[in-house]
Design a protein around this ligand. Sequence first.
Ligand code: FES
Length: 119
Amino acid sequence: MARMPRFERHIFICTNQRPGADPRGCCAARGSEKVVEAFKLEMVRRGLKGRMRANKAGCLDNCARGVSVVVYPEGVWYGGVTAEDVAEIVEKHLVGGEPVERLRLRDGEFRAAASGSKA
Ligand code: FES
Protein backbone atom coordinates (compact mmCIF):
# COMPACT_ATOMS: atom_id res chain seq x y z
CA MET A 1 0.00 0.00 0.00
CA ALA A 2 1.37 3.42 -0.98
CA ARG A 3 2.18 5.79 1.87
CA MET A 4 0.77 9.29 1.95
CA PRO A 5 3.42 11.89 1.11
CA ARG A 6 4.75 13.86 4.07
CA PHE A 7 3.98 17.15 2.30
CA GLU A 8 1.15 18.07 -0.05
CA ARG A 9 3.75 19.61 -2.33
CA HIS A 10 7.52 19.51 -2.11
CA ILE A 11 9.51 22.08 -4.05
CA PHE A 12 13.18 21.66 -4.90
CA ILE A 13 15.21 24.68 -6.00
CA CYS A 14 18.67 24.20 -7.47
CA THR A 15 21.28 26.29 -5.67
CA ASN A 16 24.29 24.68 -7.29
CA GLN A 17 27.29 26.94 -7.67
CA ARG A 18 29.78 26.11 -10.36
CA PRO A 19 33.11 27.90 -10.24
CA GLY A 20 34.81 29.25 -13.32
CA ALA A 21 33.52 30.12 -16.74
CA ASP A 22 31.56 26.98 -17.50
CA PRO A 23 29.29 27.79 -20.48
CA ARG A 24 26.29 26.17 -18.79
CA GLY A 25 26.43 28.66 -15.95
CA CYS A 26 24.73 27.71 -12.72
CA CYS A 27 21.60 28.52 -10.79
CA ALA A 28 23.48 30.19 -7.94
CA ALA A 29 24.80 32.80 -10.37
CA ARG A 30 21.22 33.46 -11.53
CA GLY A 31 19.90 34.25 -8.08
CA SER A 32 18.72 30.90 -6.75
CA GLU A 33 19.22 31.88 -3.10
CA LYS A 34 16.73 34.73 -3.61
CA VAL A 35 14.29 32.25 -5.17
CA VAL A 36 14.62 29.93 -2.14
CA GLU A 37 14.06 32.83 0.24
CA ALA A 38 11.04 34.03 -1.73
CA PHE A 39 9.47 30.54 -1.58
CA LYS A 40 10.01 30.30 2.16
CA LEU A 41 8.56 33.77 2.78
CA GLU A 42 5.58 33.17 0.52
CA MET A 43 4.82 29.81 2.17
CA VAL A 44 4.76 31.49 5.57
CA ARG A 45 2.70 34.41 4.27
CA ARG A 46 0.13 32.03 2.77
CA GLY A 47 0.00 29.76 5.83
CA LEU A 48 1.37 26.80 3.89
CA LYS A 49 4.25 26.01 6.21
CA GLY A 50 3.95 22.45 7.47
CA ARG A 51 1.71 21.43 4.55
CA MET A 52 4.26 22.21 1.84
CA ARG A 53 8.02 22.54 1.87
CA ALA A 54 10.66 24.25 -0.25
CA ASN A 55 14.17 22.84 -0.10
CA LYS A 56 17.48 23.73 -1.65
CA ALA A 57 18.75 21.14 -4.09
CA GLY A 58 21.99 20.38 -5.85
CA CYS A 59 22.23 20.49 -9.63
CA LEU A 60 19.01 19.33 -11.28
CA ASP A 61 20.77 18.84 -14.63
CA ASN A 62 18.94 21.70 -16.28
CA CYS A 63 21.73 24.24 -15.91
CA ALA A 64 21.27 26.21 -19.11
CA ARG A 65 17.64 26.93 -18.18
CA GLY A 66 18.11 27.82 -14.51
CA VAL A 67 17.07 28.80 -11.99
CA SER A 68 15.63 25.29 -12.01
CA VAL A 69 12.68 24.32 -9.82
CA VAL A 70 10.76 21.04 -9.64
CA VAL A 71 7.49 20.49 -7.80
CA TYR A 72 6.44 17.06 -6.53
CA PRO A 73 4.37 14.91 -6.39
CA GLU A 74 3.32 15.97 -9.88
CA GLY A 75 6.87 16.38 -11.18
CA VAL A 76 6.35 19.75 -12.87
CA TRP A 77 9.61 21.44 -13.91
CA TYR A 78 10.21 25.16 -14.19
CA GLY A 79 13.12 26.99 -15.75
CA GLY A 80 14.36 30.56 -15.62
CA VAL A 81 12.60 31.17 -12.31
CA THR A 82 13.25 34.47 -10.55
CA ALA A 83 12.23 35.66 -7.09
CA GLU A 84 9.58 37.80 -8.81
CA ASP A 85 7.93 34.64 -10.22
CA VAL A 86 7.53 32.89 -6.88
CA ALA A 87 4.25 34.48 -5.71
CA GLU A 88 2.63 33.45 -9.02
CA ILE A 89 3.89 29.84 -8.71
CA VAL A 90 2.63 29.64 -5.13
CA GLU A 91 -0.76 31.17 -5.95
CA LYS A 92 -1.52 29.37 -9.21
CA HIS A 93 0.26 26.07 -8.79
CA LEU A 94 0.82 25.25 -5.13
CA VAL A 95 -2.54 26.62 -3.98
CA GLY A 96 -4.60 26.50 -7.17
CA GLY A 97 -3.23 23.29 -8.69
CA GLU A 98 -2.54 24.82 -12.12
CA PRO A 99 1.11 24.98 -13.24
CA VAL A 100 2.44 28.33 -14.47
CA GLU A 101 2.71 27.53 -18.16
CA ARG A 102 4.96 30.45 -19.13
CA LEU A 103 7.76 29.07 -16.91
CA ARG A 104 7.13 25.39 -17.39
CA LEU A 105 9.68 23.15 -19.08
CA ARG A 106 8.15 20.70 -21.50
CA ASP A 107 9.63 17.22 -21.90
CA GLY A 108 11.47 18.10 -25.10
CA GLU A 109 12.92 21.30 -23.68
CA PHE A 110 14.13 19.55 -20.59
CA ARG A 111 15.87 16.81 -22.53
CA ALA A 112 17.51 19.35 -24.83
CA ALA A 113 18.76 21.43 -21.91
CA ALA A 114 20.00 18.41 -19.99
CA SER A 115 21.79 16.59 -22.79
CA GLY A 116 25.50 16.52 -22.36
CA SER A 117 25.50 18.41 -19.08
CA LYS A 118 27.32 17.31 -15.97
CA ALA A 119 27.13 18.88 -12.52
S1 FES B 1 23.24 24.34 -11.82
FE1 FES B 1 21.07 24.42 -11.48
S2 FES B 1 20.33 22.82 -12.72
FE2 FES B 1 22.48 22.60 -12.87
